[in-house]
Design a binder for this molecule. Sequence first.
Ligand SMILES: [Zn+2]
Length: 403
Amino acid sequence: MEKNTQNRLNNTISILGDLVAFSVLGGESNLSIAEYISTTLQNNNIDYHQVFNSSEDKVSIHCRIGPEVDGGIILSGHMDVVPTKGQQWSKPDFKLTQEDHKLYARGTSDMKGFLACCLAMVPHLKESKLKKPIYLAFSYDEEVGCLASEQLVSSIKSAYKEQPSFAVIGEPSLMQTVNGEKGAAFFKTTVYSSAAHSSEVRKSISAIEEATYLIQWLLGKMDDFIEQQDFDNRFDPPYSTIHVGTINGGSAVNIIADQCEFAWDVRNIPSDCIQEILDCFERFCEKKTAEKQEKVPNFKIKTSKQFSIVPSLDTSENSEIVRMVNSFNGNESTSAVSFASEAGFFSKAGFETVVCGPGSMDQGHRADEFIETNELKKCLSFLERLSDWAKTGNEANMNYEKI
Ligand SMILES: [Zn+2]
């Protein structure tokens, strides 16, 4: 390995060690890790933007490296990680351990490995005479529903005079080009009724019983997708899914429940619309409510959205970003994944977007999460190719293979 490349890899591993030591979970204040990243940018004389939440204990960061011209590329990742509590770790969870070409700690794959590669490239990008800008964008609270994404994307759109064209979200994909993702939305439905003694079961209406009918409706809706062969075979499973994750209700075995609440999610293939599924469910709930109010006037069903709907990702095989990322990595094809990420928000905002990052989701969120050193090496060489592209400018008929 060239000395420069080895130095950059060592530097990346050292930055990764720093990043994993910030045990910032989704939902928690991320000011500590954000300050570390801001300091790196400051040390390289790069101006950056901060996008705070309303209580100012969480912040996203974005910056431009290179000229104020259209057509640049955004590299984006999230700073938060999922908890390790309750998992059986044989290695320290928030301290980097290197063993046999593997680097262990929470977040190494998802997705501080990518962040470390980006930060290690900053001095090189800053020194290079870029003709196209490269933007870095780091968010918080991705793991609890992509809470910062919408605000981050709209801040990027308004902060710069020029408009970036592309976005690469560095979620772990073993550096494969992911151009399709299911969308996701999370809901909570509460059924309100009137309590009574359980001996009078037909005089009142059990909120639990009604909740079970609503759940059956949702599961039936998923069966309809399967029956109608509403499939997109890039995904596994190839249809939109609906799943009920929690249910709570009732106070005692001999009391007719006056309240029951369940949380459910929809993960849609790009051709299905979450809002339509929700509207259809709401119509069923309205019909039920009208019927039940004849017996129990205060009977009510309320469904609320938990966080924003995470849009699906469906970037064309023929798009420029797919061609670029494939050629930078020597990939010949694309793939799709069934989980949602921030990529959908970038795509919805008009940037040609793919997911491509080091490490594997097989390791993310699990005990003894790790990333292979080779994945970091692959990501660094991807970023080097990308900076070569930015140095030459994005000529219309450029032959990427020749870079
Ligand atoms: Zn992630």
